[in-house]
Design a protein around this ligand. Sequence first.
Ligand SMILES: O=C(O)CCC(=O)C(=O)O
Ligand SMILES: [Fe+2]
Length: 354
Amino acid sequence: MPSTVLPPFPDDVPAHSMIVVDFDRLAARDPDAIEQLIQASTTLGFWYLKNHGLQEVAEDFFNLGEETFQLPLEEKVKFEQGDNGNSFGYKIPGANAVNSSGERDNMEFINVAKDDVLAWPRIARRTYPSTVETHMTSVLQPFVEKSLAVASILLDVFNEYLSLPAGVLASKHTREEFSGSEARCIKAAASPDVLKVAIGAHSDFGTLTLLHNRLGGLQVMDPETNDWKYVKPLPGHIICNLGDAMAIFSGGILKSSLHRVIPPPGAQRHLDRWSAGFFVRPGNSVLLAPLTEGQRVRAAIDDGASTKNMGNLATRANETALEWFTRRIKNQRLKNRTGPETWTASRGTEAFTE
Ligand SMILES: O=C(O)CCC(=O)C(=O)O
Ligand SMILES: [Fe+2]
């Protein structure tokens, strides 16, 4: 991702005024920073994070993504994620549906498993294009280690808020257990169609996403009005959001909001859109169910507050993280599509409220 000067994000489009959390202050358990994090995560489930220390490693990861996508297509497809519900590897544009009628996406991904990065030079999950393997130590290890360190502080704060015994959330996200956690770089080629949906409306599959945006295009549904509003990228800030696993663990207290990616707005729309992220997901064997050992979670379940957010949670609970994740990835792939029911099968907690 070239760090050239980009056209500004327009000021005449609807955008969320999201809470800014200062990571340094959160790490020092500053009560105001904790309150801001909890305020954001119990409402929109999205917030900005500053002073995170991820800027440089993200820049390197964008460059790695650019080198990777410049490889010849026949090279990239050797590492394609395939149709069996595995996320790791290369995703060719057009492989996924963006809606229930089976319209194709236009996004290119490279997804690298945290397990491969931490095990390198041993192959834990799969092999990758040469550009990835060459930069495992210089780029991916710092990116993943720093992202995990940021995530671990956030998880500890959530653990305390949910009144869970110390270390419960951490124990669901260990370094050792294989998981769906991954680093992802995304390119959406500029589209002449201003309404072309690049990534269809979804809630994230896992626990926590640390997202690096340069251009606009990300939209989050406002849970109050059901309107789509943009998230304006702010220099030096990452965008954090919670995924379905966290919504389920917390009995619906912490929110996993519906979001999508469309072409960047205004003067930005003629540019290719690059984004990158680290997706924290529970260990494969972890059961997706409310953590009722937390008094606050138990109270939310007992007084029915969680039902409002996740009506039929009980019907989906007790899928393991691996089953949940595989089902969702697999049913996004157009090769597996039989009809609108395939899209439905790719849904997460967002389907609970429908
Ligand atoms: O590219 C973005 O800004 C968001 C990507 C996203 O939502 C995802 O990969 O789950
Ligand atoms: Fe997402």
